[in-house]
Design a protein around this ligand. Sequence first.
Ligand code: ATP
Ligand code: MG
Length: 413
Amino acid sequence: MRHTKLMEGAREVAKRLSDAGHQAYFAGGCVRDLLLGFEPKDFDIATDARPEDVRRLFRRRVEVGAAFGVVRVLLEDGREYEVATFRTEDGYEDGRRPDHVEYSTSADEDVQRRDFTINALLMDPKTEGIIDKVQGRKDLEAGLVRAVGDAHRRFREDRLRMLRAVRFSARFGFVIEDDTWAAMKAHASELRVVSRERVVAELHGIWRSSRPGRGLMLLRESGLLGPALPFLAGVPEEDLLALETRLARLPELLFEPDPLFVVAWALHLDAVQAAPAEPWAQRLVQDFKLSRSLARAITDVLAWRSVLCAPEQSRIGRCRQLLIAPEWATAFGFLRAREGGASASAEWWRTAERELREHPPALDARLGGDDLRALGLAPGPAFKEILEEVELEVLEGRLETKEESLAWVRAKA
Ligand code: ATP
Ligand code: MG
């Protein structure tokens, strides 16, 4: 087992707790990842110490709001750890999020409230021994996502767990165990009670996993897709299958999360034929609580859809406008996901990009509003059109200096 700095810090935190007479274990995702041979991106520590005791032991902390029984402790060099007091079931009144917790002094009880067996393993940091009360190791080895306890009850408590099952399956390529899967199908429509923010966070997790195509397949077959993304209701099966193929290309396109989310959203909206006619930017912000900048980036890419997908049928100047636009890299990612990296259209764009690099247009020859005013033209709606026309002429190589552009406008006016 590789001992990273992050893991060493987690040991330090656990040791301080055990030196004070408490139990302290690595818990949940970090144990799962260690056993799978992945480097955990964070370590959570479970303890019988009450939050007030944890606070006494750790003066440096990140104050977090709503999370019950969780203290975020901070080591000198900025490493952060979540220390969570053992608890029994969380109190779920509404299937959305816990409204209270009951602390416990028993590690056994603590694992019973966790969502899936693969997430319910504890590790003793001193011995690296695994404490497995739910046969999680067996499921980890078999590659199964299985609810802890009665799946129906667990999904009724917190409907988000259904999306988490899909996310873990998409991340690790695991199969969702039969009873767990049957319960997901039975409760899928109840996902609607979960807040949009939590749903979107899980969708993003699925999209940036190594198997986003599989994620879509599971969402579709479980019946979670409609409740998660209602705008996809009514999209024919074959279009959803096409979307699955497109999403499956995302990991090989090696995106940073931000452009990846832009492309993934754009692919989903693209599956709805009517997409561009709708005020999507606004809907994405309102219905899905996306940030304005993310929503804008998505609609910016979609606005280029027809040029992107059929460049030969577009004016070359328009194509070059896209090539020099800030959203070009993301738009090209969208195209490669949509049509495949070796598609004729992707090849067309690569050639066009090379040509533009070899024969760069004289971008300084473009004009601005001030230039038109100086020519004595009255500002108005026609301004934009004239400036656009000049830009296209410049990009097509017919205007090479500002003087030529001004003369061109004068001749037209
Ligand atoms: P990731 O690597 O994506 O962070 P994770 O398993 O660490 O995966 P977290 O959301 O960080 O997931 O949660 C940490 C642990 O808390 C989980 O492993 C699981 O034991 C428990 N947990 C988290 N969310 C829930 C939930 N909704 N219901 C029950 N247990 C949960
Ligand atoms: Mg985690």
